[in-house]
Design a protein around this ligand. Structure first.
Ligand SMILES: Cc1cc2nc3c(=O)[nH]c(=O)nc-3n(C[C@H](O)[C@H](O)[C@H](O)COP(=O)(O)O)c2cc1C
Length: 164
C-alpha cells in the first residue's frame, strides 16, 4: 500500500473503496494519498455520496489487485472524516484543487455536462482516514494459492492462514 502512495504507476495508487448505502454497497476508485500504521488516506468532496454514507456507517473496505505479485489485498476499515483541514489543503497543488467544490454537488443531475463549473473550495475538502481492522490477502502462487487474514489488536497484527 505504501508503494501506491510513492509510485503513481503502482496498482495500489488506485484502490477501490467500498461503502454501504441504503441502496446497497457502493464501489469507486480513489487515489491513495497516504499510508501509515495500517491507515489509508484519500481525499474527497464533502458533498459526495460517500461522505453521507460514511457518516451513517463508518465501516468500509478497500480493494487492490497487484497483478505482478499476483496478490489480492482486501482491507476492512473503520473510517474517520476530517473536514476542511488547512494543513492538508495547503499541500494540495493549486491545479488539483478544482475537484473539491464546484457549482453542483457530485452526483447532482445536469442538463448538460458543460453546466458544471469547477470552484476550488476548502470547505468542501474532506480527508478520509481509513484505519484497517482486518486484512485478507490472497496470493495466487504458481505452486498453490495462499490466503492469510490479519486482525489488528492492541499490540500487533494477529494473522492466520485460511483456505483460499
Ligand atoms: C482514477 C480515478 C481516481 C479517482 N480518485 C478519486 C479520489 O481520490 N477521491 C474521490 O472522491 N473520487 C475519486 N474518483 C472519482 C470516484 O471514483 C467517484 O466517481 C466519485 O468520488 C463520486 O463517488 P460517490 O458519488 O460514490 O461519492 C476517482 C476516479 C477515478 C477514475
Amino acid at each position: 500500500m505504501a508503494r501506491g502512495v510513492a509510485d503513481r504507476r503502482h496498482p495500489a495508487r488506485h484502490p477501490t473503496f467500498v461503502t454501504m448505502a441504503d441502496a446497497g454497497p457502493q464501489a469507486r476508485t480513489v487515489v491513495l494519498r497516504g499510508w501509515q500504521d495500517g491507515q489509508a488516506e484519500f481525499h474527497t468532496d464533502k458533498q459526495s455520496a460517500k461522505v453521507v454514507e460514511l457518516e451513517a456507517e463508518p465501516r468500509a473496505a478497500l480493494h487492490v489487485w497487484v497483478p505482478k505479485q499476483k496478490l489480492q489485498i482486501r482491507l476492512n476499515c473503520l473510517v474517520e472524516l476530517v473536514h476542511s483541514d488547512p494543513q492538508r489543503w495547503d499541500r494540495v497543488p493549486e491545479a488539483a484543487r478544482g475537484v473539491y467544490g464546484g457549482s453542483h454537488a457530485p452526483g447532482a443531475v445536469l442538463d448538460r455536462p458543460e453546466d458544471f463549473e469547477e470552484a476550488p473550495d476548502q470547505a468542501r475538502f474532506t480527508a478520509v482516514l481509513a484505519r484497517v481492522q482486518t486484512a485478507d490477502l490472497l496470493h495466487l502462487g504458481d505452486d498453490r494459492h495462499r490466503r492469510a487474514v490479519y486482525h489488528r489488536s492492541d499490540s500487533a497484527w494477529l494473522g492466520q492462514w485460511l483456505a483460499p
